[in-house]
Design a protein. Structure first.
Length: 495
């Protein structure tokens, strides 16, 4: 380790965010540009180089965290980049978007603030790009085998990059007009500016990966036809079938799914639209769902100029500290977290009725009511106990001109016909069934990411992409040197 006493002498210091009043007027990333590098070497010094680094176990990618922390503390950025990229194809994505289960598993977190692992990771990734430490890595020779990857989210891109570097000819099919999946049209610009995605895609093009956008497999090209054309097919289509809320008034105009709303705001940032037709400007907005997608809607609505915006979470407000009985170290704890979007809503007082920041906790939606024109105007809710039972006399009404449903996703979208055309077997959850080698019931077809695992984190998505690439390479060539960080049945640490 760089400083054996660093964890004793140096306090945790996070990458500072720009002032709220400044950042809500634009769509740029929320952090102060250039403010991370002056502090990050000393933050890396806090890593204790544990004999058993539980941060490894907490991260499905198996990132070599103590190693690159030590290298950063010594300011050996090239070596740190090599160690980081050895286990993670896209650290600039995870360093911005991952909720950092590695920090929950940090040994220091037993009784102190964890090492700023996520900040160190993104500092290495950004330095690697600025210093040219991440050049394209095309294969020395081609295998003569072809692979189609359907879906260009983190799983699909990771699988494609690994397989291309192994020498296979890979084509990625994406139904949208641009690459990236939910990273493109689901994640707001203020969480990750899209030039990070464009830069990595260009690296992959230079390595030899082919991309086919605006091509929905099952609709624009037959799934069976594609299967016949390639030696292997990897399904990385994500879990985009959103969960519904079948309540009275759901049919009213203005009650929308989060993933109907967020892509339009992203298209404004991409220059496709002058303004979103679903903009929150001047509207009372209520977001149903307490997760990250709901927070993304919150930050977007604030930037669009909502009159008010409130987020409903059916769970009770968690405490500030880990509950050692229900969430013991090193599991990922359910604690009160203040995202950038929640900080903005709190400081701007965007939700006068909220319990904390913009959130109403232990709140369950009952129904929606609207005006004579059939547009939503009110959301009726009730407080619930830990078993989600309504509390008598706790009903209340919120003004609502726009209601956004952010309730998660249940499995792959069935509308394109991909599942039916291939005859894929599904498991009881509605996700694609697969065996221990990521193979589906259809010979030569593999499934990875949220489409098979179910809704998960970006680090699990990338780990799935790397693991399925190893399985495909083994099937095509008889052996593989590609790493497989996880198996299809691995799950996050729980009690």
């Amino acid at each position: 380790m760089g400083d054996p006493k660093g964890f004793l002498t140096t306090a945790r210091q996070d990458w500072p965010r720009r002032p709220v009043e400044e950042r809500v007027r634009d769509w740029d990333e929320v952090y102060v540009p250039g403010a991370l590098l002056p502090i990050i070497s000393r933050q890396a010094d806090r890593c204790m180089d544990c004999g058993i680094p539980f941060c490894h176990e907490a991260c499905p990618l198996g990132n070599l965290i103590p190693e690159w922390n030590d290298l950063v503390s010594r300011e050996d950025w090239r070596a740190a980049s090599d160690r980081l990229h050895a286990t993670n194809n896209f650290p600039e994505f995870t360093g911005r978007l991952c909720p950092a289960p590695c920090e929950a598993g940090c040994v220091l977190a037993i009784n102190q603030p964890a090492v700023t692992i996520k900040n160190v990771e993104v500092a290495i990734a950004d330095r690697a790009w600025s210093e040219g430490f991440a050049p394209p890595s095309p294969p020395d020779r081609l295998s003569g085998r072809t692979v189609a990857v359907i879906g260009s989210g983190p799983t699909g891109l990771a699988a494609a990059q690994q397989l291309t570097r192994a020498g296979h000819t890979v084509a990625v099919y994406e139904k949208d007009d641009r690459l990236g999946g939910l990273m493109r049209y689901g994640i707001p610009e203020f969480k990750m500016e899209k030039h990070h995605l464009e830069r990595r895609v260009e690296q992959m093009r230079a390595e030899g990966t082919k991309f086919r956008t605006s091509t929905a497999v099952g609709r624009d090209v037959g799934a069976a036809e594609l299967r016949a054309r390639y030696d292997a097919v990897v399904l990385a289509v994500g879990a985009t079938a959103w969960r519904e809320l079948p309540l009275p008034g759901r049919e009213l105009a203005g009650v929308q799914q989060a993933m109907e709303y967020l892509p339009l705001a992203n298209r404004v940032c991409q220059g496709d639209l002058d303004a979103s037709p679903m903009s929150a400007a001047g509207k009372h907005v209520v977001i149903v769902g307490g997760g990250d997608t709901g927070a993304d809607c919150l930050g977007t609505a604030v930037r669009e100029g909502a009159a008010s915006v409130t987020q409903l979470d059916i769970y009770a407000q968690p405490g500030e500290a880990r509950d050692e009985d229900s969430d013991p170290w090193p599991t990922y704890p359910k604690v009160y977290r203040l995202s950038a979007a929640h900080e903005e809503a709190r400081d701007l007082e965007s939700a006068p009725a909220a319990d904390a920041d913009a959130r109403l906790f232990a709140a369950s939606t009952l129904r929606f009511t609207g005006d004579a024109d059939g547009h939503v105007r009110e959301l009726h809710l009730v407080e619930v106990d830990a078993e989600r039972r309504p509390l008598p006399g706790s009903g209340r009404t919120l003004p609502a001109d726009l209601v956004l449903l952010a309730l998660g996703f249940s499995g792959p979208d069935r509308e394109d016909g991909l599942v039916e055309q291939l005859g894929l077997a599904l498991d009881p959850r509605g996700t694609i069934a697969r065996d221990a080698d990521f193979a589906t019931n259809v010979p030569g077809v593999f499934a990875a990411g949220d489409a098979a695992r179910g809704q998960s984190l970006i680090v699990w998505a990338i780990a799935e992409g790397r693991a399925v690439a190893a399985a495909v390479d083994r099937r095509l060539t008889g052996s593989t040197r590609l790493p497989a960080p996880i198996g299809p049945y691995d799950r996050p640490m729980t009690v």
